[in-house]
Design a protein. Structure first.
Ligand code: UGA
Length: 469
């Protein structure tokens, strides 16, 4: 099928490249010409595992191309996926001007009828508005436009895996024709009959084929917002438990493991730490809150989850301040900048707030991340960027681990301990093993987990309840 993808960000590029990978002819475009230039040079404007290889392979196979010519791109596809960003406005609403612009472009430039699919995360009823906009902008057009919603559930860092081996594909449609087209587009994935699998080198683990859920357009839009908000709730709940664990001398890792063994709860998204970041969860919760408020629904549950998340950095810094006494003139290294591992994305990354707060306190901040240094440099040009974690550790008085890159676990921590001015680690993701860190000489602080000595001290300091006296 001939497919156009509008938007070459994280979602658009993965969608376009993977649709080509399963056999479709795809043209991707973006109104940021610099992105198209980078793609024409054979590079990617983002880092995402496996994506580069898929792009190169499908460009060579002539199934994938990129153009900055928006009208040409629109005319190419029988189906158009809208993968345009919907960033938060100051009031928390999603900015839908990009989608409106896409509607105008499609309506005015099309030379055939199209199925227009929203993949961007949008508030419920956006499909209706998109349909109306296509009608208004295309009122003199002889072509017709159907609208469908096909929310993405791609996690950055494993987006290609998620696209090719999803748990579910949700399609929100208003007519039979759109449903048939979407079923046809996703047929290789629904049957798990891929031409090849770049993620597993063609040796894919046995997995049930994904479920195809066909809903109304409104429901599909809501499934996306409701899913991301629920994930945010789960993380904030784990962080609340972490705070209770720290106050009472329990271990959050043990508690969430025990909870997750109940299949009704499940183990995923119960990892305590310095909070959720990225361009999806924080903005989607905010937009969902705004949506609920507009229609008069009590959204205090979501507000609490957001509030807990906002306070994670404060709590983490309070712990650091307790260990360091003051931050002024202290040499502090931040290990990990991306909002999570396997991406270079720093949007709403907890590490960015850590840097800002430490600079406000006039600490000397050095940083290291395997992928996100260039993007961070654009935001904080004057901090020190280190070539590797050992340079970061050299002379530091504390290391703060903000992203759980797997390679950080494998570092020579004994060497790092020797290099540091003071061997102090604040592990914001509970990545490292406390006993191992203490064995090589570190003062180690995790999240929601105290050392045995700290737990005993906390217990001794606890006032006895009247009944226990
Ligand atoms: C999220 C959803 O997981 C995807 O399903 C969705 O498609 C995507 O948003 C989107 O809307 O496009 P993503 O933003 O890539 O994906 O990242 P997540 O894996 O959800 O992680 C979000 C944040 O939560 C990260 O900062 C991560 O470190 C944090 N997190 C995650 C925790 O603190 N604890 C956990 O247990 C899990």
């Amino acid at each position: 099928m001939r497919i156009t993808v509008l938007g070459c960000g994280y979602v658009g590029l993965v969608t376009g490249a993977c649709l080509a990978e399963i056999g479709h002819s795809v043209v991707c475009t973006d109104n940021d010409e610099s992105k198209i230039d980078i793609l024409h040079q054979g590079a990617l404007p983002i880092y995402e595992p496996h994506l580069q290889e898929i792009v190169v392979h499908n460009v060579a196979a002539k199934r994938l191309s990129f153009t900055a010519d928006l009208p040409e791109a629109v005319r190419f596809g029988d189906v158009i996926f809208i993968c345009i960003g919907t960033p938060p406005l100051h009031n928390g609403d999603s900015d839908l001007s990009g989608i409106d612009g896409a509607a105008r472009l499609i309506a005015q430039e099309s030379r055939s009828s199209k199925l227009v699919i929203e993949k961007s995360t949008v508030p419920v009823q956006s499909g209706q508005k998109l349909s109306r906009a296509l009608g208004i902008y295309g009122r003199n057009s002889q072509w017709s436009f159907s609208v469908a919603s096909n929310p993405e559930f791609l996690r950055e860092g494993s987006a290609v895996l998620d696209f090719l081996h999803p748990d579910r594909i949700v399609i929100g449609v208003g007519d039979q024709g759109s449903q048939l087209l979407l079923r046809e587009i996703y047929r290789p994935i629904l049957r798990q009959e891929l031409l090849r699998c770049p993620v597993h080198d063609d040796d894919c683990p046995q997995k049930n084929p994904p479920e195809l859920l066909v809903t109304s357009i409104n429901s599909a839009e809501l499934i996306k917002h409701a899913s991301n908000s629920f994930l945010a709730l789960k993380i904030s709940y784990a962080n609340l438990i972490a705070d209770i664990c720290e106050s009472m001398g329990a271990n959050v890792e043990e508690v969430v493991r025990g909870m997750g063994l109940d299949p009704r709860i499940g183990p995923a998204f119960l990892k305590a730490g310095i909070g959720f970041g990225g361009f999806c969860l924080p903005k989607d919760v905010q937009a969902f809150i705004r949506l609920g408020e507009k229609v008069g629904v009590d959204v205090s549950l979501l507000k609490d989850a957001e509030h807990i998340n906002r306070r994670r950095i404060e709590g983490f810094l309070a712990k650091a301040a307790h260990a360091l006494w003051t931050f002024k003139d202290k040499h502090i290294g931040i290990l990990g900048l991306a909002f999570k591992p396997n991406t270079d994305d720093i949007r709403f990354a907890p590490a960015m707030e850590l840097i800002s707060r430490l600079l406000e306190e006039r600490a000397h901040v050095s940083v290291y991340d395997p992928q996100a240094m260039d993007k961070t440099r654009a935001l904080f040009p004057s901090i020190r960027y280190c070539a590797d974690p050992y340079q970061l550790a050299d002379g530091a008085e504390a290391l703060m681990l903000a992203t759980e890159w797997a390679e950080f676990k494998e570092l020579d921590w004994a060497r790092i301990s020797r290099l540091m001015q003071r061997p102090l680690v604040l592990d914001g993701r509970n990545l490292l093993d406390r006993s191992e860190m203490e064995r090589v000489g570190f003062e180690y602080h995790g999240v929601g987990v105290l050392s045995t000595a700290e737990a005993e001290a906390r217990c001794a300091a606890m006032p006895l309840s009247p009944g226990a006296r």
